[in-house]
Design a binder for this molecule. Sequence first.
Ligand SMILES: Nc1ncnc2c1ncn2[C@@H]1O[C@H](COP(=O)(O)OP(=O)(O)OP(=O)(O)O)[C@@H](O)[C@H]1O
Ligand SMILES: [Mg+2]
Length: 704
Amino acid sequence: MKAQQREIMENDKIDFDELRGLTIGTVEFISPKEIKILLELNAPQNTALNTGVPTLFPKINGYVLIPNEAGALVGIISWIGVENSPYPKRKGFKDFDLIDLPFPLRKMSVSPLGILKKKKNDFEIERGVYSYPSVGDPAIIPNQKQLEAIVKNKSENANVKIGTSPLAANTSVYIDPNKLFGRHIAVLGNTGSGKSCSVAGLIRWSIEAVKENLNEGTDKPNARFIILDPNGEYKNSFDQDIPKLAIVRKFKVTFGNEEESIQQLRVPAWMWNSYEWVSIVRATPGAQSPLLRQALRAMRNNVTELDESITVAIKVFLATILTSIKTEISSGQPWGSFPKPKNFTEKIKKWQKSIEDYISKIPSSDKKDKLEVLNTALVEKITPRSIQYPTYDFSTTEVNEIKNKLHDAYLAFGGSMADLMPKSEDAPVEFDSDSFVNYLRDLTEENNASQYMEYLLMRIRTMLSDTRMSSIINTEKDITLMKWLEEYIGKNKAENGEITIIDLSLVPSDIVHIVVSVIARIIFEALQRYRRKNNQLLPTVLVMEEAHNFISRYNSDNDELSPSRMCSQTFERIAKEGRKFGLGLMLSSQRPAELSPTVLSQCNTFLLHRLVNDRDQELVKKFVPDNLGTILNELPSLPTKKAILLGWAAPIPILVDMNELKKEHQPDSKDPDFWNVWTGKEKREINWGKITSEWQKEGETPGG
Ligand SMILES: Nc1ncnc2c1ncn2[C@@H]1O[C@H](COP(=O)(O)OP(=O)(O)OP(=O)(O)O)[C@@H](O)[C@H]1O
Ligand SMILES: [Mg+2]
């Protein structure tokens, strides 16, 4: 054991003699955040050759080493400059007649990053610094092997090569998909900076790398990606090579003219939960939402006709007013000063009318008796308050009497709601939209709520019958929940990868948020249930392009449930809990400052392309520790295709020159070609006739 240990010790030692030959400067100033190095007069000016390979030096964000007893401190160059200093000391040379003038000396600032240690014949970097160098210590340029060790990803599954690192002698940069996708990644950058190419590349390179590493007996990668593509740019990006490795499914709004390989996008209205319904039809919390929820619940429980279930309706009505009176009591409404008691009187007048109405509709029974008792009690309270100049004030006894009789009647009609309609209004049970609208209409009439509900009903009818929307949301019997999951997540017995590309470009803007929200939620809930049933995760990556439009920052003071907020909240939930169920997010956005902070802070890896806007830069700087932040100063000037990878999937923030993506593999997002059209190189014809006839037939054509 001793011999072995000694051997390691010897191997782990850093050869200081060898290092001395590589010295480029000496440490002049040290603080935990910054180390200043005075460069030697003969240190390389542009390209360093003393490490064996030509290395650019000195260069911002390049690396230097400062050997110490623990190994060598790795620093990242954050500033290079010239300072006038006293003339450097000359040995064995003194001329008392000369006056030393300030002499321009090159200096640089370095941010400490970690410690490079020698392991056998290799090196390994440890994050964090516990032992700092001292003034006068030499600084050296790392050689190729050391650079590789600095940027190397030590993760076990770092098998996907995404590019090279220009600041580390072009060593390959590998990522571990478990880390990259397991804890969400955000790809951020200005328009045209290469985000979509990186997203398409990460998917393609991952699948290609899987192919090289397949387990014995497995012949295809089982990777699963679902791309939500608002601009319709990904539809042809995976047509080459990938279909041999994974099934590529495409969905979009087809307007009936089916392209062979593309299926009609379907997000049927029965898939929406009650919150999604409330938000899209903008139901008010007072009168509209409860009825809407009640109708949905009935649909989920296959109650389609109100007459069959008049007792249900009565019970629900009683439940509603029971809750209402409890709230009134707790807020002191029936008492208080004028007009509180008067308003309360008005309320019980309405209740009484509805109850009287119900009584007339049901045959004699115990239930009916209870309802009549309640009715009498209400009438007793109303009559004395209907004279001219009445005293509205209520006594506690009176109000409690109403409450108790209400409770009795409610129990007589079958107790709690849950007993009769076990399925919640949110369960994705298929229903037919016509029956839903009819049921809601009947329910409205039963409840004398036409005045509140009429406009809402109209909105729902318009939405369901609008040709632009109905192709997506109609509820024809041909699609079931199971079929949907098979088509959008996958149906193979874990032997085939699947890429689902959902082109949202032709989805009308009125429903696009709901569509995205429902798709994301159903996928999330399906994976949640997958884990519950199988005790295993089904790793899936959900890609959201143009994320600032769907996962936007919202004002949490305002509790209006708009569809766009609904959508943000769905993604917030996925960002927070997705990892537990195998759902990873890959977001791409050009406006990080507009993204939901909750989602952004849950992203553990960032791939940052060029970012010019100050606010966006400030924002991303918050995600890295101070001493590593200097590399981000390069953000505004990054060329297309170069990006900074940082976070969970990268041992240290690193500048990556992304792999080249062939033209055919790139997402298709052409800039408009003004020049070639202007000069006639490309021809354009104009035929508004075709456009107007379609436009006027379809209603407003969505953008795309
Ligand atoms: N890895 C790459 N390989 C080859 N070309 C690339 C790569 N990355 C970017 N490009 C080039 O840069 C152009 C713009 O890239 P891309 O469309 O990905 O930008 P973007 O950030 O998604 O822009 P937008 O925000 O407008 O969608 C591409 O058309 C392509 O020519
Ligand atoms: Mg793009």
